[in-house]
Design a protein around this ligand. Structure first.
Ligand SMILES: [Zn+2]
Length: 299
């Protein structure tokens, strides 16, 4: 990933100039970035076994920045003080009450390693001096990756009926993933965020429904089509991962036998799905790495 990393470095430098450094969540106990690993914080160390200078965090950081003076740096006394933490950490102490996941790429991408609440440990050989972001996952994250077709319904019986760009008989390029379990199944949000569009629609081919949930720290919008949005959904509402947002239906599908939920990941803030049927231009990137980074198998 050396070549790829150079490309990322240019991108992060631009992001740093724009001030696009994202930090979320601030446990009340933590003292903030003071070079001491306080209770409530997640800490990166310059050396193995919690040695050298420490960098303490109270929340997720999608992009550390790559250069001084704007990067997140090691602040405690000892080896590495003042060095940017990106690609320079060797160990961690997780004093937060949540599992924290460390990633190879910025914006929670690529290889990752989880540290449970209270854990001290060294970064694995892929991540040592190659760390680029970290994410607070909550106090009860799934212990292993969950199939999307299970997570969407929070119960068994769901299955992927058409993958990304997986049209066989339909003309065009499929911009999302179709998952089906049956009319009336509760549909749960796969990613947290803010509702930025709700269209209720109606059953049958002309009645497409849409729910768009934007996650600003990930910089992605997740769009759900065809299911019946919960009556209480409102634009501006915050949605947590796993929250019920709809009931499976066939809104925008000609017959009840074709009922499913179309789940689409779009870069940035976008209120509508990309056109799939009879449109030969693919707008969205392949979402597999994104879904894996969110703890899901694309199954
Ligand atoms: Zn679809």
């Amino acid at each position: 990933m050396r070549t790829f990393k150079k490309v990322l470095t240019a991108a992060t430098a631009a992001a740093a100039l724009g001030g696009a450094v994202v930090a979320t969540a601030s446990p009340a106990m933590a003292a903030g970035r003071n070079g001491v690993c306080d209770p409530g914080e997640f800490c990166l160390y310059f050396n193995s076994n919690q040695g050298g200078s420490v960098s303490d965090f109270t929340g997720s950081v999608a992009d550390y920045g790559a250069k001084q003076p704007s990067c997140y740096d090691f602040k405690g006394p000892g080896n590495g003080k003042g060095v940017c933490v990106k690609n320079n950490a060797a160990s961690v102490w997780n004093r937060s009450g949540q599992t924290v996941r460390v990633y190879f790429n910025s914006r929670y991408g690529g290889h990752s390693q989880d540290f449970g609440s209270g854990a001290r440990g060294n970064l694995d050989s892929t991540l040592k001096n190659e760390n680029a972001s970290h994410q607070f996952l909550g106090s009860n994250p799934p212990s292993s990756k969950t199939n999307m077709s299970y997570a969407l319904y929070q119960t068994g019986g769901g299955r992927i009926t058409c993958g990304f760009d997986g049209y066989t008989s339909t003309p065009g390029r499929h911009e999302g993933i179709d998952i089906a379990r049956g009319i009336g199944s509760n549909v749960h949000a796969l990613v947290s965020g803010q509702v930025i569009n709700v269209v209720w629609g109606h059953t049958g081919s002309g009645g497409l429904s849409t729910i768009a949930v934007y996650n600003s720290s990930l910089g992605k919008t997740i769009i759900y089509l065809h299911s019946a949005p919960s009556g209480s959904l409102r634009i501006g509402q915050s949605i947590s991962r796993g929250q019920v947002i709809a009931v499976e239906s066939y809104r925008g599908i000609s017959s009840s036998g074709g009922a499913h939920t179309h789940v689409e990941m779009r870069p940035g803030r976008t209120t509508l799905a990309a056109k799939s049927v009879s449109d030969w231009h693919l707008d969205n990137p392949n979402p597999t790495s994104f879904w894996i980074s969110q703890g899901y198998n694309v199954r």
